[in-house]
Design a protein around this ligand. Structure first.
Ligand code: GLA
Length: 725
């Protein structure tokens, strides 16, 4: 990696062996974008648009004739000066004008990477990363904006964020501060995003970028299951295995906006950041604001390579240190087995069977503190219901530990039930707009995490459970969107800060948890994957992907999340059939194969399994434990397959490759197909662990596996190939 500044400080070139990112300072004043893509040795000025006097447009003296801001590739664009495309930044002055300028001031390169106070950001030491810091300012109003660009090692990505400072003597109101803006040349692009809903997250949406703005986002207070804070712009022929892909991901868990605009000339602008609709931040003189970080990922090798860049970046520079790169315990979660109706007896029976079937952790989900067997009460008090669990959590933990399993416990710390002591005593602790009816979600309100007293209460509550040492694992859930977003403590001029302050408060508690209890494994969850984002994964080591545990639907959900996250952080559980969410019946082996390459768990009443099923499960956990160690940290591939009836995944390491092919439906019209492996050594030979047959890496990758046509819907074929030494 290297960052060079040449031509008298005019050209800034960030590069490593994978990517180049080039900017130019035009006329010593305007910071413009020149290139992002495959690495080039040296930038000498190719691609600079030949300016043309356009009608009904603006003109600017700019060293070059007839520069129109209408198609000028600004690096951090503003509105008001003749660039009518989407702006990345807006600030309102005391006089009411939403107007400013950003004039280039200076550039500086340093070793290492900035950390953002109070926000999650990628970690990288001074030998691992280089950063360029560019200052732009509006001296008239005392506004300073520092743009940060970091390249980490040889990973094909640039990390971006901004710091905005009020250096003047008037109050400024920040209305919009996107984490990045980027210009792409006029070409055809497909826009790809992940959309969904509760129990069906992570679906791909792909369409040709047309003229105008195409946007996705969230104003639900969390990143949401409706849209992942991600989008990609890709060449129309791009697939899993080939093509150019620009992937953008925001390291943030709150409201966001992600957008791409194709202007009248075909040029494309991409942006992502905090959603301006729910944001206004007061900057008093001397105050500063930092945006969340965004990852700008470039792949010349299709979506797989984009995923590999994200996976590597997050594995090596984001995930909590204690669990990153480590195998996770195979768990049994109580939810689908007991729902709210938990008891010590049930826990004992399930934990006993779990141990016998090779599981390592028992997670007691919702229900343990509830007055009844529903979601109507008790949230916020966090007092164990001893009618259900005599002896409390300590007793439950003792039983589970006594079986030789680790013990995990479910919490939803951010929520409070209307029917709770906490709400009776502190109604003002909930987000609310005084005088108006409060909107319930799942019979809950949300606590105002921007308040220090609320955060202290929650830390104290968690501490009271964790300090006993009884709890090895926490499932941190959050089950409703934010409404009535108001903190009664915020003054009128700071009301627009509430949504972001909620997230800062959440990060504060999670940061405390990570620091105080680093050996407790924390699973993130939000009604499944409603807050599955890189912001959360800075604090939690894995995330429950979806409340939908149907193996067939999971093919879509997990494929979607795997675009961004490595498999070990994507929670995947084997559950009972007919499936509780879809009613679908799938073979037990397929349910296991769909979960096996991910963060494997079980979530079913084990007493309902036949002896044959139990034997199968025992075999699965045994097999999984053996291969887990070897596959951990491997490269995950989604494969281009002969047709939509199939899904193929594999994990490849130096020594072993595990591949799974799913046949969705039996169809006599289906060709046998050839399923080509990826990422093997073409010069090496591989042994099929089951048949003992030897295949060349080249043959496996060029020709591929064939699978029998099996008369069964939802069938899975699995193969393990070991490299011969
Ligand atoms: C959410 C979670 C589930 C379960 C329930 C408990 O829906 O996603 O896994 O924990 O809450 O109420």
């Amino acid at each position: 990696m290297d960052i060079t500044i040449h031509q008298n400080g005019q050209i800034i070139h960030i590069r490593n062996s994978q990517i180049s990112y080039v900017m130019e300072v035009v006329d010593g004043r305007y910071l413009v974008h020149r290139y992002f893509g495959k690495s080039i040795r040296r930038y000498r000025g190719m691609g600079v648009p030949r300016y043309f006097k356009r009608g009904y447009s603006t003109e600017h003296e700019c060293g070059q004739e007839y520069v129109s801001f209408d198609d000028f590739p600004f690096e951090y664009p503003l509105r008001g000066h003749g660039d009518f495309r989407m702006p990345a930044f807006a600030v309102t002055q005391e006089n009411g004008l939403t107007y400013s300028d950003l004039i280039f001031q200076s550039v500086k390169v340093w070793d290492g990477k900035p950390q953002i106070e109070g926000l999650p950001s990628l970690n990288a030491g001074s030998r691992e990363a280089k950063t360029v810091e560019i200052i732009c300012a509006d001296p008239k109003i005392g506004l300073k904006v520092t743009l940060y660009y970091t390249v980490i090692g040889e990973i094909g990505a640039v990390i971006r964020h901004q710091k905005i400072e009020n250096t003047g003597d008037q109050v400024l109101y920040l209305q919009n501060a996107q984490s990045f803006s980027m210009e792409l040349p006029a070409r055809e692009y497909d826009f790809l995003s992940l959309y969904g809903t509760h129990a069906k997250e992570g679906n791909r949406d792909r369409f040709r970028l047309h003229h105008g703005v195409q946007r996705i986002g969230s104003v639900r207070g969390s990143s949401s299951s409706q849209h992942q804070p991600f989008f990609a712009l890709m060449s129309p022929d791009a697939s899993e295995e080939k093509g150019e892909v620009y992937g953008f991901h925001l390291i943030y868990s709150g409201n966001f906006l992600a957008q791409a605009e194709r202007d009248q000339f075909g040029n494309v602008r991409a942006q992502m950041g905090i959603h301006p609709d729910t944001f206004c931040w007061k900057l008093a003189p001397g105050e500063a604001f930092e945006t969340p970080e965004a990852v700008l990922n470039y792949s010349g090798g299709g979506l797989n390579q984009m995923s590999h860049n994200f996976h590597r970046l997050y594995r090596e520079h984001l995930f909590p240190g204690n669990f990153a790169g480590k195998t996770r315990p195979i768990l049994l979660n109580s939810w689908e087995a007991m729902y709210y109706d938990v008891s010590l007896e049930k826990i004992e029976i399930q934990a006993d069977l779990a141990k016998k079937l090779g599981m390592e952790l028992f997670v007691l989900d919702d229900g343990w503190f509830r007055a009844g067997n529903d979601s109507r009460s008790s949230m916020g008090d966090w007092i164990c219901n001893e009618k259900k669990l005599p002896g409390g959590i300590a007793k439950a933990a003792e039983i589970v530990h006594g079986k030789g399993l680790k013990f995990g416990l479910w919490f939803e710390p951010e929520a409070v039930s209307r029917k709770s002591r906490l709400y009776e005593i502190h109604p003002d602790w909930a987000l609310n707009v005084p005088g108006y009816h409060m909107t319930e979600g799942r019979h809950e309100y949300l606590l105002d995490l921007s308040r220090e007293d609320v955060r202290d209460y929650l830390k104290g509550m968690l501490d009271s459970y964790l300090k006993s040492g009884d709890i090895d694992y926490i499932k941190w859930d959050m089950n409703r969107p934010l409404t009535d977003v108001n903190s009664v403590l915020l003054s009128a001029d700071r009301k627009g800060e509430a949504s972001h302050r909620y997230i800062l408060g959440l990060y504060d508690i999670l940061g405390w948890l990570k620091e105080t209890y680093p050996s407790v494994l924390v699973e993130g969850c939000s009604s499944g994957g409603a807050r599955f984002d890189p912001g959360m994964l800075y604090y939690v080591s894995q995330n429950w992907a979806s409340d939908n545990t149907d193996a067939f639907d999971r093919l879509t959900i997990q494929s979607g999340f795997s675009l961004l996250y490595p498999p070990e952080v994507i929670g995947a559980h084997v559950s009972i059939t007919p499936n509780h969410q879809t009613g679908r019946v799938t073979p037990l082996d397929t349910r296991y194969q769909a979960a096996r390459l991910f963060n494997l768990g079980y979530e079913l009443d084990l007493t309902k399994c036949s002896e044959e099923e139990k034997e199968k499960i025992r075999h699965q956990t045994e097999e999984h434990r053996k291969e887990q160690e070897q596959l951990m940290g491997g490269t995950f591939y989604r494969h281009d397959v002969p047709n939509d009836n199939y899904v193929m995944w594999s994990v490849v390491t130096e020594k072993v490759c595990a591949a799974v092919i799913f046949q969705k439906f039996f169809d006599p019209l289906c060709s046998h197909g050839q399923f080509r492996l990826l990422g093997l050594d073409p010069e090496a030979d591989y042994e099929d662990a089951e048949s003992g047959k030897i295949w060349g890496g080249d043959e496996l990758m060029q020709i591929g596996l064939t699978v029998p046509l099996v008369k069964e819907d939802f069938h899975a074929f699995a193969v393990i190939l070991r490299r011969k030494v």
